[in-house]
Every structure is written in structure tokens, then in C-alpha cells.
Write a protein that binds this ligand. Structure first.
Ligand code: FSX
Length: 363
């Protein structure tokens, strides 16, 4: 078959024993998760199996490689990891075979050949202190490589909490002066996909949306795709009925915990964390942290390392509800107050005034 007609995705699917039916189902699920109109799943399937493969340059700065691990899940290739087959991944530190000058040459060539059309995916934060000496690649500071690479980009996808908000490298005392990608890139369409790491299907969903429609999905004020970050973990949590009944586990191994009671008092940040873990889950929808018995740590919220206090129960917002909070010793009254507070915050978000964050509410 001529090279121009080869489709790596179809070939890889055949090699992995993934049927066309399973692929179509995956695309339909993806479209439905993103609240796209009927027919979008088929359009996605057609776009992903097209011969043309858009160029993607993936830059990794101050991070732990968890984001790439999450999307590839190399021990068990999945349809999500196969989305990487639909793009021409011309530069990716962890996945590319080339190294040294050849790797940098590949990045420069991709930029030259696809100027104005390529996507830039970035994970990791950018150190700004002391001239950016704390992280360099091929002798180039992260800042200079980012700004040089995004010049010809059609859009930028920041994946992981490090790239979207600064993440762990930015945690106090932020020794490298770490900043987020959106602090530096101001003149390109940019989408934030926070999470430490982000949910794989959210990353691939955004890429698939771009490949299908030629644009980024609808975003909120923090530049997150609304479809995946429109609701809190708490909104969709299967333990929510216990929260509403005021049934809270007091320790991780007490009788309540064993019955699946709410983990709010053990520090769960679900009520102030916007992400899709509760509905999408992890590892092929096997489970997710709260289902495994651990509260949400709010890893997709700005400044969660500093603001969260992983095992400290959320306090209530400083507003008229505060008085009620003081009076509410525990149980259903606390639950009701937080619910009301969150509804008020959500109303503000809907009105376009503000997006609630962990830092906002955990005061
Ligand atoms: Fe950060 Fe990602 Fe957490 Fe790690 O690339 S969001 S530390 S999972 O790896 O950037």
C-alpha cells in the first residue's frame, strides 16, 4: 500500500485485536462525554481514521512524566493510547526514538514544514527564576523553547496541573519561580487540562475534538473544557447519598468507611474540585480514588499542594453562611451548608462572575 494511504491507527487496531465496532463505540462514548450533538461520534471516527496526520510537538518541562504515563498506559495499550497513532507525534522527549541533535532537528523541521498548523502539547511548568537555569533541554531554557515553538502553533494544549497552574514545582516556596503555560502564552488558542495526572480520556477527547472540528472544545474561565470540568467530583460521587444523609466516615477503617459512607470529614476535596473522575473513572473505568476508599485531594485545582491540606476537612466559605457553619457541629447540617455554598458558587460561575476553586473555598 502506498505510504500516503497507510493509516497507522487502523493498522495498530488490527494488531491489537481491537474491532472497528469497539472503535466506533469508543468514539460515540467520547462524543457523548463531551456533550456533542448526534452524529459527532461518527464524525470523530472518520476524522481519526483519515490518512492525514496533523503534526504535534509535545514539550515536557518541570514535571514527573505522570501525564505521559497516564495517556500511554504502556502496560496495556488502549484506544486512548491509540489516539496518539492518529497524530504525527514529531517531538516527545519520553516517546521519541531520536535523541540529542536529531531530536531538536525533528522539532525544528516539524515547525518549518507545518508552520501555522501544528499543535503544541505541553506538560510541566516553566521555571522563570535566575534566567530559567533550573530546567533546560539541549541547552535551551524551557521558556525559550516554549516561546519559540508556539510561534507557529495553531493551538496549545496544556496537560497536567504543572502546565495549567504550576503544580508541584510551584508549591511553596516555589524555588524555581515556576509558572503555568497560560502565564506565558497569550496570543494562541489554549486549553487547560488540569489533573495530576489528568484523566486520559480528557486529553484524548480534546485532541479528537480538535482533529474532528478543527477547533478547541468550549472552555470555561480557567480555559478548561466545560464538558469535563463543568461539575464537581461531589456532584457525581456515588457516596453522595450518604453525604446528603449526614453519614460520614470518621476514620479510614471504621464501620462507616466500610459501608461506603462519605469521606468529607476525612478531608475529601470533592465538593470544590471540578473534574470528571467520578463519572469517567480510571484504568478503563475500573475504579477511582474515592471508590478505593481515599478522599479526593483536589489535584486538578489551582494551588492544591498548598491550599488543600489533604486530610483536613474543608472549612466553609467566608460569607453569610459562615454563621450557619459555626453552628453546624457535623452531619447533615454541615452537608446542607456546603451544598448551599456550592450552589451559590455555581450560580456565580453560571453567571460568568467567578469559577470556584479549592483555594476559594478552603479558607
Ligand atoms: Fe505534573 Fe505531569 Fe502531576 Fe506529574 O507531566 S501534573 S507532577 S502527574 O507529570 O506534569
Amino acid at each position: 500500500m502506498p505510504e500516503s494511504e497507510r493509516n497507522p491507527l487502523i493498522e495498530r487496531m488490527a494488531g491489537e485485536g481491537i474491532s472497528r465496532r469497539a472503535f466506533m463505540k469508543y468514539c460515540a462514548t467520547l462524543a457523548s462525554l463531551m456533550a456533542l450533538p448526534a452524529g459527532a461520534g461518527r464524525a470523530m471516527a472518520e476524522a481519526l481514521t483519515r490518512a492525514a496526520r496533523p503534526s504535534v510537538i509535545w514539550l515536557s518541562f518541570q514535571e514527573c512524566t505522570g501525564c505521559t504515563e497516564a495517556i500511554t498506559r504502556s502496560h496495556s495499550p488502549t484506544l486512548e493510547s491509540l489516539i496518539l497513532e492518529t497524530i504525527s507525534l514529531d517531538y516527545h522527549h519520553t516517546l521519541q526514538a531520536a535523541s540529542g541533535e536529531a531530536a531538536e532537528h525533528a522539532r525544528e523541521e516539524a515547525m518549518k514544514q507545518h508552520f501555522g498548523k501544528y499543535l503544541v502539547v505541553v506538560d510541566g511548568s516553566v521555571p522563570m527564576k535566575d534566567g530559567g537555569v533550573y530546567s533546560t533541554i539541549a541547552g535551551i531554557s524551557n521558556h525559550d523553547m516554549l516561546m519559540d515553538t508556539v510561534k507557529g502553533a495553531a493551538a496549545v494544549i496544556a496537560v497536567g496541573t504543572c502546565a495549567t497552574y504550576g503544580g508541584l514545582p510551584k508549591a511553596r516556596p516555589n524555588p524555581t519561580g515556576a509558572v503555568a503555560i497560560s502565564d506565558l502564552v497569550r496570543d494562541k488558542p489554549i486549553v487547560n487540562i488540569p489533573g495530576c495526572p489528568p484523566i486520559p480520556v480528557v486529553m484524548t477527547g480534546v485532541i479528537a475534538h480538535y482533529l474532528t472540528f478543527g477547533r478547541l472544545p468550549e472552555l470555561d474561565r480557567l480555559l478548561r473544557p466545560r464538558a469535563f470540568y463543568g461539575e464537581t467530583i461531589h456532584d457525581r460521587c456515588y457516596r453522595r447519598p450518604f453525604y446528603d444523609q449526614g453519614k460520614f466516615a470518621k476514620t479510614f477503617d471504621d464501620a462507616g468507611a466500610r459501608r461506603g459512607w462519605c469521606l468529607f470529614e476525612l478531608g475529601c476535596k470533592g465538593p470544590v474540585t471540578y473534574n470528571a473522575c467520578a463519572s469517567v473513572k480510571w484504568n478503563d473505568a475500573t475504579s477511582w480514588p474515592v471508590e478505593s476508599g481515599h478522599g479526593c485531594i483536589g489535584c486538578s485545582e489551582p494551588d492544591f499542594w498548598d491550599a488543600g491540606g489533604f486530610y483536613r476537612a474543608l472549612s466553609l466559605p467566608a460569607d453569610p453562611l459562615k454563621g450557619m457553619a459555626a453552628a453546624a457541629a457535623a452531619g447533615v447540617v454541615v452537608g446542607a451548608v456546603v451544598s448551599v455554598a456550592n450552589r451559590a458558587r455555581k450560580a456565580e460561575v453560571r453567571a460568568g462572575h467567578e469559577t470556584a476553586t479549592l483555594a476559594d473555598l478552603d479558607k
